[in-house]
Design a protein around this ligand. Structure first.
Ligand SMILES: *Cc1c(COP(=O)(O)O)cnc(C)c1O
Length: 360
């Protein structure tokens, strides 16, 4: 059975990307791999807004999210929390045996730069975790404002998750002075899951070099050493790297500015549709994600029935709410390769389904 995902990850993958993955394998220490790896660096650096390398890690995002903590936290990490993924990051830090403290906001509220400044000013922290776009509740925090606070605390290394935002909105790592920026393959980039991209500042690398228990698989110093030879520390997921190269071609062909504009436009289309049907946005006004809409289920529709009919009759799947928001919110992704036409198809189908269930 085949259907198309409009959930906020994994998202639908294009035929072109799937075909790119089907190419024959090459040795990961071969000159062909080195050429492939080096060929992608300028495009990746443009995406991250950085002159630092962009490493390719074979794991989902959590691997690098955990690994980054092990690399840079020597004293204590402050975890900015406003949704399921950012809440979990505190738990992950503690499971690594690290000292970690929460800076908690309600789900759907953005991370408050003033609160971040006030907490860091108390001292004792040497790292901060921030999720730019909390996919679980569709809330996008003001990254430039948070980065400005981090720049006031030079001893603090910022680890920034842009899993569901990088390549959809401008992220200028160097201009913002960010230390570690990471993204996963299966969200905004619309690749299959399994690859994480991470760019690391020299400052963060210097910190990592002093971390005795940073391990091997996610050792940033190893990534840098191998990067210098055009390689990854261990055998990478080569099909996904082919897919990434293909995606970078797509992005170059569309143009970054046009890609950002398309994401903003599709997001607005879905949001206006929801408002017109009587739904409210779940996150605070002004902080709605640009890559998905998380609507509060203000009409009380049966989301399980909606998704069942949507999938069986129209071949589309949306998300019926993450974790504790299941049933009370629903999420529609506009990440990746979506177009005006594909979003219009989905919204038309949703209207048919809602009408069939007796909702307005
Ligand atoms: C999906 C997601 C993650 C987790 O990614 P995995 O690929 O499952 O490891 C982390 N952060 C954000 C913001 C996400 O959307």
């Amino acid at each position: 059975m085949s259907y198309k995902l409009f959930i906020p990850g994994p998202v639908a993958v294009s035929e072109k990307t799937l075909r790119a993955m089907a190419r024959p394998m090459i040795g990961h220490r071969s000159s062909d791999f080195i050429a492939l790896y080096r060929d992608m660096q300028p495009g990746l650096q443009a995406l991250f807004g950085t002159r630092d390398p962009v490493y390719l890690a074979t794991s989902s995002a959590w691997g690098v999210m955990e690994g980054s903590l092990r690399n840079v936290v020597r004293k204590k990490v402050l975890c900015c929390m406003n949704g399921a993924f950012s809440d979990k990051w505190l738990d992950v830090a503690r499971r690594c045996g690290l000292e970690a403290a929460p800076l908690q906001f309600e789900w759907g509220q953005p991370v408050d730069p003033a609160a971040l400044r006030a907490e860091l000013a108390k001292g004792g922290y040497d790292a901060v975790t921030i999720i730019h776009n909390e996919t679980s509740c569709g809330c996008m925090s003001d990254l430039p404002a948070l980065a400005a606070v981090l720049r006031e605390f030079p001893e603090v290394i910022g680890i920034v998750d842009t899993v569901s935002s990088l390549s959809a909105v401008p992220i200028d790592k160097d201009a913002l002075g960010l230390d570690i920026v990471l993204t996963g393959s299966q969200k905004a980039l619309a690749l299959p899951p399994g690859l994480t991209l991470v760019s690391v500042s020299p400052r963060a690398l210097a910190r990592a070099a002093t971390a005795p228990a940073r391990g091997y698989y996610f050792d940033l110093v190893e990534f840098q050493k191998n990067h210098e030879g055009g390689m990854t520390p261990s055998t990478p997921v080569i099909p996904l790297i082919y897919a990434l190269q293909s995606k970078l071609e797509d992005i170059a062909a569309e143009g970054l500015a046009a890609r950002f504009a398309r994401q903003a436009r599709l997001n607005r289309t879905v949001r206006d549709w929801g408002y017109a049907r009587g739904f409210r946005l779940f996150p605070r006004e002004g902080y709605g994600s640009v890559t998905l809409n998380c609507f509060a289920n203000t009409l009380g529709v049966d989301l399980v029935a909606v998704n069942k009919a949507l999938k069986e009759k129209h071949g589309f799947v949306i998300d019926g709410g993450y974790g504790k928001l299941k049933g009370t919110t629903f999420r529609i992704s506009n990440m990746g390769d979506e177009t005006d036409a594909t979003i219009a198809d989905l919204l038309r189908a949703l209207d048919v389904v809602l009408a069939g269930l007796g909702a307005k």
